[in-house]
Design a protein around this ligand. Structure first.
Ligand code: HEM
Ligand code: HEM
Length: 187
């Protein structure tokens, strides 16, 4: 029979509380999808005159962008239902106060950028499909309007890119300088 030796104590490190697997999965998948959407559309500009290559790249851009649009409501629900665990050690109050408005702006831009993209595509006369079904046209064909919407779409995408860059720098500062568990909770 096995007996426990009361003098033998095992010490186990407390594991870092993590964000839910669903939120972590959505966070990194969507970060990749956004990076892919941006890369594909700018690589597209290197192929002026190669219409078949441009068509493939624009279509891939649309698929990456639509995946962001489809997943935003699901991610928002997960974010709301399964909140992030608190950061340990707790950051200064001014930093904690910034968290909610920064995350809200990221969500707004993750929604508005692909919605504008959809309007650009539909006003240029494209039929956009989702899961094999054509989406209803939210806007009629109007090439001049499509160009104006494209400028707004691009500016929103660049605003998203700037905010994501600041967000990533903040995350790395927490990890490397403050040495708290902000980043560990998300991986
Ligand atoms: C997070 C998602 C998205 C990002 C970050 C993004 C980013 C961009 C950027 C930066 C451009 C400007 C390229 C330029 O004019 O130089 C662009 C163009 C465009 N985007 Fe998106 N986009 C997204 C989603 C979408 C979606 C969902 C659609 C369509 C359903 C879409 C359709 C388009 C179209 C048609 C263009 C113009 C391409 C062309 O004719 O050259 N985008 N996008
Ligand atoms: C397109 C890229 C990205 C977007 C749109 C984005 C957006 C967000 C959002 C909205 C949250 C709040 C939690 C949620 O609902 O998911 C979040 C949390 C977080 N993200 Fe990102 N993120 C991006 C990329 C990155 C990168 C590159 C890093 C690391 C270098 C990073 C590190 C984190 C960390 C550590 C948290 C937890 C922050 C906290 O507790 O306040 N993110 N991100």
């Amino acid at each position: 029979m096995l007996e426990r030796n009361p003098n033998l104590k095992t010490t186990t490190a407390t594991p870092t509380p993590k964000a839910s697997l669903a939120l972590r999965g959505l966070h990194w998948f969507m970060a990749l999808a956004i990076a892919a959407a941006l890369t594909l559309i700018y690589v597209n500009e290197l192929y002026v005159g190669h219409f078949s290559v441009q068509k493939v790249l624009t279509n891939a851009h649309i698929v990456a962008g639509l995946s962001v649009l489809v997943l935003v409501p699901l991610r928002f629900a997960v974010h709301w239902l399964l909140p992030l665990p608190p950061i340990t050690p707790a950051p200064p109050r001014w930093q904690a106060r910034l968290e909610a408005p920064v995350h809200a702006t990221l969500y707004l831009l993750m929604l508005a950028t692909p919605v504008l993209g959809l309007l650009v595509a539909q006003s240029s006369g494209r039929v956009i499909g989702l899961f094999g079904l054509a989406l209803p046209a939210l806007i009629g064909r109007d090439i001049a309007l499509s160009h104006s919407l494209e400028a707004i779409h691009e500016n929103l995408a660049l605003a998203l890119l700037c905010l994501v860059a600041a967000h990533a720098v903040a995350a790395l500062t927490h990890h490397l300088i403050r040495r708290d568990d902000t980043l560990k909770r998300m991986v």
